[in-house]
Ligand binder design. Structure first.
Ligand code: PRP
Length: 455
């Protein structure tokens, strides 16, 4: 039982709030969370927080924007009500994938087969890379496909530019007395011989002969051909909001003194805050699962499904003395948000082994389901996916059910009640006790790092 402490729970995960309070031996504080008819969030704290150490629990996932607004208003309400210290407890930190660089992915459902057809597994999902993963001896199609698409794109652009240019003036050929009217234009030899020449080259021929050389009454004048339009190259810079900084500022401005979270997508995001941020590790829970729940784990292989998570996965592999493999997401899409076209390549050996994917979050579950397909193709006998944050938006559960994944293990940093009902492959690890202990330590001014200082 801790004193002078108030725990408030938002609407995102009431069950986790209750678990944390049970561990702390206190009831959650009374709070009214509602909405006005227009959709605006309404918060009323039903007990005094004056001089208290307040912890507000609100996770990302689900209706993330509503939950964030609810959290900000609750923090502000506590600040106005003279709370001594306010700690925002965000088991899954919202917007943490948009920390600094412009985020260029859609997170949209991916690789669905066209309506009316079915993939080989009889489902609406293919789990294939488009273009496919290249194999030794196979011509590397992605570059070619992208190259061809890019060429097509450039040609289309040229055509459009040319059409625009051709409209000013309407036609130098017809307006100039010395030039041939359009109808009496004698085709040049090259035009008659080479029928494959594009309209573009024909039009530029015309301007060469007329606008570029002759002016009104035979006076030379400047070419009417406009210089090529300047436009930004794809991938150079996208004017996308850098939401990470904004979220950090919003929490601080609302009145938060401290943040507790878990497995931030990018740990450097802590640097965006002017207040202390405790980033708890979920990997210890995942590591314990490997150790105690995966048979013959010593002969299994830890796999990171993308380069971004390699550090996270190697930490577990090193701690358990296990081999490690990496899936490299090769992104050569023609469009910046063409995430599904990333080709996956395996670096390492998984043949005749159990493969254990380690990642920080699964949103559409596209990453883990595609990785599972690749791993099975490369000879893995079983594929587990161990993920800290099981956001599992949209049809992620259907995708998992239809995939080559044998088991998916997540923590309850996001509410898993509905997911558990719909996914027989899902197993959930409890994080309530970890957050309760972190809250207790923060309240008493004890070290948090010792919480994770074990093997
Ligand atoms: O379930 P999904 O919708 O496939 O999303 C999950 C992936 O997204 C994140 O990485 P992300 O690709 O955003 O960034 P990274 O390249 O920095 O790891 C996360 O680390 C997962 O790998």
């Amino acid at each position: 039982m801790v004193r002078n402490i108030v725990v408030l729970g938002g609407n995102s995960h009431p069950q986790l709030t209750q678990t944390i309070c049970d561990h702390l031996g206190i009831p959650p504080a009374k709070i009214l969370l509602g909405k006005f008819a227009v959709g605006e969030t309404r918060v009323e704290i039903k007990e005094s927080v004056r001089g208290k150490d307040v912890f507000i629990i609100q996770s990302g996932g689900g209706k993330v924007n509503d939950h964030l607004m609810e959290l900000l208003i609750t923090i502000s309400a506590c600040r106005t009500a003279s709370a001594k210290r306010i700690t925002a407890v965000l088991p899954l930190f919202p917007y943490s994938r948009q920390s600094d660089i412009p985020y260029n992915k859609t997170g949209a459902p991916l690789s669905k087969v066209p309506a009316g057809t079915h993939s080989r597994n009889g489902t609406a999902y293919t789990f294939d890379s488009r273009p496919p993963t290249p194999h030794p001896g196979q011509q590397e199609s992605p570059g070619l496909v992208n190259g061809a698409q890019s060429l097509h794109h450039q040609l289309g652009r040229l055509k459009m530019d040319d059409q625009r240019n051709g409209s000013v003036p309407s036609s130098p050929v017809t307006s100039h007395p010395h030039s041939h009217p359009e109808g009496h234009h004698h085709p040049r030899r090259s035009e008659t011989m080479d029928s494959s020449r594009s309209d573009n080259s024909k039009k530029s021929d015309k301007s060469d002969k007329t606008g570029a050389v002759n002016g009104i009454n035979g006076t030379p004048h400047r070419s009417t051909t406009k210089p090529p339009q300047f436009s930004p190259q794809p991938g150079y810079k996208q004017w996308v909001a850098q939401a990470g900084t904004l979220i950090a500022d919003l929490l601080t401005c609302a009145g938060a003194d401290h943040v507790i979270t878990m497995d931030l997508h990018d740990p450097q995001y802590q640097g965006f805050f002017d207040i202390p941020v405790d980033n708890l590790y979920g990997r210890h829970l995942l590591r314990k699962y490997v150790q105690y729940s995966i048979p013959n784990y010593q002969s299994a292989v830890i796999v990171s499904p993308d380069a971004g998570g390699a550090k996270r996965a190697t930490a577990i592999a090193d701690a358990l003395g296990m081999p490690f493999a990496l899936i490299h997401k090769e992104r050569r899409p023609t469009q910046i948000n063409d995430r599904q076209n990333a080709t996956m390549m395996l670096v390492g050996d998984v043949a005749d082994r159990t493969a254990i994917l380690i990642d920080d979050l699964a949103d559409t579950s596209n990453t883990i389901t595609r990785a599972a397909k690749l791993l099975k193709k490369e000879g893995a006998t079983k594929v587990y996916a161990l993920v800290t944050h099981g956001i599992l938006s949209g049809d992620a559960i259907d995708r998992i059910n239809a995939s080559a994944l044998d088991k998916v293990v997540v923590t309850n940093s996001v509410d898993q009640t509905d997911h558990l009902r719909r996914c027989p492959k899902l197993e959930v690890l409890e994080v309530g006790n970890v957050f309760a202990e972190a809250i207790r330590r923060v309240h008493h001014g004890e070290s948090i790092s010792v919480l994770f200082d074990y093997n």
